[in-house]
Write a protein of this length. Structure first.
Length: 222
């Protein structure tokens, strides 16, 4: 279950979920919340439906409600993947949380894993902002442009550089380079920048993408 409400507080949601888990849950119940976004995980589907009903009543008491477009119950996890395959259904539905799309996947060794990709819509919006910045700063010194782009990409890699997200990050870097090249060629110089010189600028200012975060289970080891 995932949801969104601008006024959920530690008291209204977190402590209440803990109490509900102790009093009513048949199995494991987990909550992950950041600001006004949260995800709840359940061992049993019946607990998910029961808590959802109780949570709606709980929030109503405070004049609050779950976001209708961002709240839903989905089957997710290693058992969901196996169950749906056995029933001839498609893969479990993904969900978005904290800038990532979370998907059920299988590693090369056959083990289950949760794969995280940058939300495509958010990535397109960021590229659009970069393109607009380059348009507004068309005549800014190329080195100043490079410094700004490096700062942007470094920040994105530091956040989105999680295992399994390398393809999305590399595609993002490629698009940044493409937009920068097009912007420099719009300057109206008599001799448009060559790809050789463009490659030099990219090598100097645009960092290569890399995975900077470990797998969650590795984070707690040692």
């Amino acid at each position: 279950m995932s949801g969104n409400n601008h006024h959920c507080t530690h008291y209204v949601l977190d402590l209440w979920v803990h109490q509900w888990r102790q009093r009513h849950a048949r199995g494991e119940v987990y909550i992950v919340r950041y600001a006004d976004d949260f995800v709840l995980g359940f061992q049993y589907k019946s607990d998910g439906h029961a808590l959802y009903t109780a949570l709606v009543r709980r929030l109503t008491q405070f004049g609050l409600r779950l976001h209708p477009d961002k709240t839903r119950l989905i089957e997710f996890g290693r058992f969901a993947l196996a169950n749906r395959k056995e029933q001839g259904k498609g893969k479990p539905e993904p969900f978005d949380f904290l800038g990532f799309t979370h998907l059920c996947a299988v590693r090369r060794d056959g083990c289950f894993t949760v794969r995280r990709h940058t939300i495509a819509k958010r990535q397109r919006a960021t590229l659009l902002r970069i393109k607009e910045w380059l348009r507004r700063n068309l005549m800014v010194n190329v080195h100043d442009q490079g410094r700004w782009l490096r700062k942007v990409l470094t920040g994105l890699v530091n956040y989105y550089g999680v295992p399994g997200n390398g393809v999305s990050l590399q595609a993002f870097r490629t698009e940044i380079c493409r937009h920068w090249c097009k912007a420099l060629r719009r300057r109206g110089n008599k001799r448009p920048i060559s790809w050789v010189n463009m490659t030099k600028h990219i090598k100097r200012w645009i960092p290569t993408v890399r995975i900077v975060h470990p797998y969650p289970n590795q984070r707690w080891c040692g």
